[in-house]
Design a protein around this ligand. Structure first.
Ligand code: B12
Length: 194
C-alpha cells in the first residue's frame, strides 16, 4: 500500500500531466475513499476561484444562458459543479440553483431568466425520476427550452425516455452537447418565424 505522500504525489502528477487514468485509478483501486474525494473537490473549488477572474470574457455577451442544479433529494453536486465550470469558461451565463433543488424551482428560474437551456444532475436512481417531472413542467409552460440531463445513473436512453433534448456523460462533452441543442432550438425558432 502506497503512503499518503506517495498518493498525493501520484495525484498531483496525474493532474499536472493530464494522466486521467492515473487519477481515476486512485478511487477505483480504493486508495481514495469518499472523504478524499470531498477534499479533492474542495481543493478544486479553491483553485477555480483563483483562476476564474483570469478567464477572458467575450465582449459579444454570453453565448447562451443555462439554469443548472442537482435535482430535489440529491445533495451530490461535485459533477454538477464541474459541468457548471465548463459552461462558465465557455462564456455561458450560468444560473446555478445548487443542490437538492425543488422541482418547481427549475421551472421558476427558467421563466425568470428566460434561459435557453436547463441542465439537471442526478446521482441516484431514486432522485433521477424527478427530472422527468421537471421536463414535463417546463415544456408545458415553455416548449422552446432545451433540457439536458446528466449524472452517473443517467444514460442516453434514460434522457430519451424522459423527453430530454440532450445528454452528456461527462463535463468534458456537456458544452458541445449544449451548443448542439441551442443550434437546433434557434433553427427551429427561425423556421417558426419565417
Ligand atoms: C461523493 C459522494 C457522496 C457525497 C456527495 C458530496 C457532494 N457535495 O457531492 C456524500 C457523502 C454527501 C454522499 C451522500 C450520499 N450518497 Co453518495 N456518493 C458519492 C460518490 C462516492 C462520488 C460522486 C462524485 O462526486 N463523483 C465525482 C463526479 C465528478 O462525478 P459525477 O458526479 O458522476 O459527475 C460527472 C458525470 O456524471 C457528469 N454529470 C454529472 N452531473 C451532470 C449534469 C449534466 C447536465 C451533465 C451534462 C453531466 C453531468 O459530468 C460529471 C463530470 O464529468 C458516489 C460513488 C461514485 N463512484 O459515483 C456515491 C453515490 C452517488 N452515493 C450514493 C448514495 C446511496 C448516497 C447516500 C444515499 C448515502 C447514505 N446512505 O446516506 C447519500 C445521499 C444523500 C443525498 N440525499 O443526496 C450511491 C447512489 C446509488 C444509486 N445508484 O442510487 C453512490 C453511487 C454510491 C454507491 N455505489 O452506492 N455521497
Amino acid at each position: 500500500m502506497a503512503s499518503k505522500e506517495e498518493l498525493f504525489e501520484a495525484l498531483k502528477d496525474g493532474v499536472i500531466n493530464y494522466k486521467e487514468e492515473q487519477v481515476k485509478e486512485l478511487y477505483e483501486k480504493h486508495e481514495y475513499f469518499v472523504p478524499e474525494v470531498l477534499m479533492c473537490a474542495d481543493a478544486l473549488y479553491l483553485g477555480l476561484d483563483i483562476l476564474r477572474p483570469h478567464v477572458p470574457k467575450s465582449d459579444a455577451g454570453a453565448v447562451a444562458q443555462v439554469v443548472i442544479g442537482s435535482i430535489q433529494g440529491d445533495v451530490h453536486d461535485i459533477g454538477k459543479n464541474l459541468v457548471k465550470m465548463m459552461f462558465d469558461v465557455a462564456g455561458w451565463e450560468v444560473y446555478d440553483l445548487g443542490r437538492d433543488v425543488p422541482l418547481e424551482k427549475f421551472v421558476e428560474e427558467q421563466l425568470r431568466t428566460d434561459a435557453e437551456v436547463v441542465a439537471m444532475s442526478a446521482m441516484m436512481t431514486t432522485t433521477m425520476l424527478g427530472m422527468k417531472k421537471v421536463i414535463k413542467m417546463i415544456k408545458d409552460k415553455n416548449p422552446d427550452v432545451a433540457i439536458m440531463l446528466g449524472g452517473a445513473p443517467v444514460t442516453q436512453d434514460v434522457a430519451n425516455l424522459f423527453g430530454a433534448d440532450g445528454y452528456a456523460e461527462s463535463a468534458g462533452n456537456a458544452v458541445a452537447e449544449g451548443i448542439k441543442m441551442i443550434g437546433r432550438l434557434r433553427e427551429f425558432e427561425k423556421k417558426k418565424e419565417g
